[in-house]
Design a protein around this ligand. Structure first.
Ligand code: HEM
Length: 198
């Protein structure tokens, strides 16, 4: 498939959660508690797009598909975009930008504090994702570490946020663990070797 088409597909699919949110919102189909529904949907999209972004390199090593490597950055930026919408829903729609209430929630609820740390890491990544900043900061692994820590904190935030059924955060946590294990140098080398032999 030509790169241009793949790029259009990547952006269309990444904007789909937002489009569905707007369509469902305008149609009044966001449950009896729309603010909670928006918070949950944007949170889900943020954590999913983080996992997609972290899947790109292993996919490239295994398949040799260059586009997978190029998709990592936009997917990470979409993760930040949804995390920012998620935070804004919480801060503006839910807490009416009341800073003392937001501060109290941060101090009282550990899952909110962990969410904030994940968001700050994603913000740092988004701010340094342009070419000039990447040249200045150098080493690729620093960015990768930030992305991995943000994903780990986001999964922990999810685990602590849900009240009863922890199956989905545990599933995301397991996928994250597999994705991070695939990056260990011997496993990465084995993946590349496997591709070159086939
Ligand atoms: C300061 C930053 C953040 C705040 C204040 C915040 C706030 C919240 C709140 C209040 C909920 C509970 C929603 C509910 O069920 O009532 C929630 C759930 C969630 N958040 Fe965050 N969050 C933050 C950062 C993040 C980040 C950075 C991510 C992902 C990258 C994330 C992903 C999620 C997910 C996946 C859920 C669970 C959604 C579900 O129940 O389906 N959050 N967050």
């Amino acid at each position: 498939m030509p790169k241009r088409l793949l790029t259009i597909l990547l952006h269309s699919l990444s904007l789909l959660p937002l489009l569905l949110l707007i369509i469902n919102g305008l149609g009044g189909r966001l449950t009896a508690n729309p603010i909670q529904a928006i918070t949950q949907r944007t949170g889900q999209a943020a954590v999913l797009w983080l996992l997609f972004s972290l899947s790109c390199s292993p996919l490239q090593w295994l398949s040799g598909w260059h586009f997978a490597g190029q998709a990592r950055r936009p997917l990470g930026l979409y993760a930040f975009f949804y995390a920012a919408l998620h935070f804004l829903t919480f801060a503006v729609l839910d807490y009416g930008l009341n800073l003392s209430l937001i501060g109290a929630a941060l101090l009282e609820k550990r899952f909110i504090l962990v969410g904030l740390l994940a968001l700050l890491l994603l913000l740092a990544l988004a701010l340094t994702s342009n070419r000039a900043a990447m040249r200045y900061l150098g080493r690729h692994w620093k960015r990768l570490h930030r992305l991995s820590y943000a994903a780990a904190l986001a999964v922990l935030h999810y685990l602590w946020a849900v009240k009863s059924d922890i199956r989905q955060p545990l599933l995301y946590g397991s996928i994250l663990l597999i994705l991070l294990t695939l990056r260990l140098p011997p496993i990465r080398r084995a993946l590349i070797h496997l591709r070159q032999r086939s």
